[in-house]
Design a protein around this ligand. Sequence first.
Ligand code: SF4
Length: 284
Amino acid sequence: MQTDLIHSKTLLTRSSGYLKSVCSHSLNPYSGCGYGLSSCGEGCYVRFNHWLTRGREWGKFVDVKVNAGELYIQSVEKEKNWTHKRSIPFTIFMSSSTDPWQPAEKKYRVTRAILKSMTTCPPDALILQTHSASILDDLTILLELSRLCSLRVHISIEGDRNRLPGLPPPPCSVEQRISALEQLSTQGLKTVACLSPLYPLENPQHFFERLKNSGASAVIIDHFIEGDGTAEGSRTFKTRLPSAMSKIQTDSIHLSYRDHIATIARAYLPVGISAQGFAGRYSH
Ligand code: SF4
């Protein structure tokens, strides 16, 4: 892993494209992701962002934005005013192209520094998304932030299997992630299970029952088709993910599988499909 400590010039990125309906700004404490060689890294759409990777192999580099906590304080008022002039809420999505609780966070605590800065100048709404149970390290700050802004925590759990054939293990086991949902929910935080991209489920009814029992308030279901930034999933079809999925269940690589699973999920929890779900819009 190539780790570089950098002084970033910008931190809050005004949303465009897919994210525009989800948030006003995205915030990435790191560039690159230490989970990139895990199963989720295989179909991770960020690996196709050549502007970000600059030729570096996905999962083998991370740029640590060591000044991010200060940068937030320096830029937050300007960005908050920008949203309020447009009569839209100042909503931050953290993170769109990295995992805030990836392994580097244990050492550098950039995400923690940003969250602490947010307690002095909070956004209107904050959406946190992670694959890692390490988010529990910051439970105290999350509880404080939940009193200062509208906070929603998305825990990414693509399915009920820990391994797909031919792919590496996940960053964190399914059990650990469901347990994280439970611990956060028990503390009163609003949590959402994020099946993105949806993997073939072994026992959908049992899985959604577990998610409901964890205290999650909703599920987001996002297929790699439409979810990877291309209408046909052409980016993901260049990776090993579709063949790993179809080895388990052939129809899981079709968009109709998402709709089939969403119908089952609705018997347990409110469901948000793709961008609608990331934006917090669910249906029963
Ligand atoms: S944790 Fe998120 S950003 Fe990191 S490799 Fe996995 S999907 Fe991509």
